[in-house]
Design a protein around this ligand. Sequence first.
Ligand code: SAM
Length: 275
Amino acid sequence: MPPKYTTPTDSSNGHIARKRFGQNFLNDNNIIAKIIHAINPVKEDSILEIGPGQAALTAPLLEALQNIHVIEIDRDLIRDLHLTDAYAEHRLIIHEGDALKLNIRQIANEMNPKQPIRIVGNLPYNISTPLLFKFVDCLDRIKDAHFMLQREVVERMAASHNSKSYGRLSVMIQTHFQVEALFTVPPTAFNPPPKVQSQIVRLIPHPASPWPKQPSAHYTELVSKAFSARRKTLRKGLKDLVNEDGFAACGIDSGLRPENIDVASYIALSHHTLK
Ligand code: SAM
């Protein structure tokens, strides 16, 4: 049975949730305990939380940790975080600004230059996809990540080929991470309640990149091109990048559509066509 936590969201401190910052604050202690249980923080962990808000996750995480680093954009919430004991005790380290713009690699190195860090966030849904791609750029600095996202986004991240939800996001995320869709969270667990269902997802970087030496810009282009023409065959959609011999060499039927081939096939096509 996960422990119960008291969080600052229990007593409203008058903050009005800002839509532009995707603010839906968790206010269900059972769900919060379930999330903390899934993350399973231990004292030695270096955890970076994106968007601590009113500390619904931050406070119980800190019960297990020596300290926690957070990135928050909202100045009013930052002001409140400055008033906490954890901040006074230097256990809460606040990076003020936009998580999309801050240098995550630099923060990770500052947190723990020797070990990869753990990332946690009930992410603002309006920026979740670009944030995920930002994490792909510093994979070597990440041990794992636990995010709350729109359920539909988690379905797309975890989808297998030949399914309706399989697309660019599935291929790009699964190329770099093992994706584990955990439990769903209903709108009633938040204040204000979002219009959609949410889900917790666990991401663990694969031990080795398919491109240990080069950046994978070519791969990104290939996958994006394939799915920008979802209804076209691979032969037509990728005609500028892969010729018939290329498909044949990878053992891929060029008459298939982009959702019909698996992640390994995209990686094979990319390796074959990389100049
Ligand atoms: N973690 C809190 C919780 O679970 O109740 C708050 C989650 S709320 C969905 C998202 C949080 O991310 C808010 O605190 C919001 O101000 C913050 N946020 C929104 N956009 C951000 C950005 N670009 N960079 C950093 N934080 C951001």
